[in-house]
Design a binder for this molecule. Sequence first.
Ligand code: SF4
Length: 444
Amino acid sequence: MLNRKIFIKTFGCQMNEYDSNRIYDSVSKLGFVKTTNQSNADCYILNTCHIRDKAKEKVYHEIGRVKKLYRDKKKPILVVAGCVAQAENEEMIKREPYIDIILGPQSYHKVNDLLKNHIVSLKQEETEFDTISKFGYFDKIKNNNDKISAFLTIQEGCDKFCHFCVVPYTRGPEYSRPFNKIILEAEQLIKNGVKEITLLGQNVNAYSYTENSKEYRISHLINHLDQFSELERIRYTTSHPRDMTDDLIECYSSSHKLMPFVHLPIQSGSNKMLELMNRKHTVDHYLKIYERLKKINKEIEFSSDFIIGYPGETQQDFEDTLNLIKKIKFINSFSFIFSPRPGTKASTLDMLDKNLAKERLTLIQEKLFNNQKEKNKSLENSIVDVLVENKIEKQNKLFGRNKYISPVIFNGSESNIGKVVKVKVQNSNQNTLFGVLDKKKKAA
Ligand code: SF4
């Protein structure tokens, strides 16, 4: 199979991005070489996401695109991976014979065998929940990611069963990787030149691994990573309010590298809605976390996820969410109208009027976007720390992110890539800060 080209199109969350990179690491053992040209691959993988609306139909639409791209060429081996593959399994091959392999997220360790078998022209489906074998396999393969900012999966799956969510069905029960394997992978990433590690998990702060009667939590990982001198920044996502334990909160004062930016989904500002969603936390609990973290460092900012128009949401519930956004001033947040996922409890409930839900979403987004604009505006004329990730070729400028993960674009030489530099912010818009390198002043 020497020098066959492989292209992976990744949809959805950071975990899918991490998974796609690990699949590349695995198939390189078979001689597959990564290509960025999607119309010239021997193997084409669609790494799918089931979170958004009409996920399944979007995958069939994508397959239609691939068919067109290869109409006059040799057909690539088409693999559908990810959460849609898990949810739909062999049904997909029946409906779309162009698909060769169906690969669920817990079966990625089998990708090489499946590709080898495919050479003898077998259609295959692999959607077992086999998380331990998957990570056992990938632990033996070097993580080749050498970007400045890299993801590192520490935990997968979820036991919480929020009524709207498919993750417990597509990614399976909570599983935490062994502590020492995560540290080894982090060391490898740092050796590759990575300067920022984002610890990943569907319930990342539920991470719990016990060895010799000692329980390791995400706080242990953060404190350990903090000691690697060549690492500049630590982040983690996505977390659940119920798992914001004291030891994790304490990291915000003990760690020098943990960024003061907390992405903590709340979904609604109404306790009634949180109960209907089966979120297992209250608004009050969330506010206490916010207050404790602000006490540790008033510069900490929050971002969140919001579901608008969930079945049963009254005008009062909606206003409670607006009030919470006023109080916490969330930045960089995500908000969506509820859309039912097949197989979840919420999929059987009566939907709210579509137009009403749309109106509410517009109002929520106005507030969230405004918070974002105001935050960026407040940084104008100040000096911010920026981890430089790459050069934007067309603009001949550098791209990096501040501690709140906002993009920063500025002039500077390529020798700054991989460094934390000080940038004087000159202007901004909702999404981005623009500035110039400042070598003299201290960063705010
Ligand atoms: S905690 Fe997160 S991943 Fe788990 S069911 Fe709820 S929304 Fe889904």
